[in-house]
Design a protein around this ligand. Structure first.
Ligand code: SF4
Ligand code: SF4
Length: 60
């Protein structure tokens, strides 16, 4: 299991992660990104994709 964290102060709501994630982890709710982290398949693609470096994945 991992934690998928989105820094809402860095995120510019570009939606790239929403469109990209193969496991549909990301949603926009009330103008911020919500991560349903239990769905994450740990591909780490979103980390490279996010131009704002807003996404962190923490293994625990
Ligand atoms: S890719 Fe990054 S900046 Fe774009 S919506 Fe996702 S978290 Fe926000
Ligand atoms: S690591 Fe992959 S599966 Fe997990 S949130 Fe990022 S893009 Fe989605």
């Amino acid at each position: 299991m991992v934690k998928v964290l989105v820094d809402r102060f860095k995120c510019n709501l570009c939606k790239l992660c929403v469109d990209y994630c193969p496991a549909y982890v990301f949603y926009i709710v009330n103008n911020s990104i919500v991560a349903e982290e239990w769905k994450c398949v740990e591909c780490y693609g979103c980390i490279a994709l996010c131009q704002m470096n807003a996404i962190s994945i923490i293994e625990h």
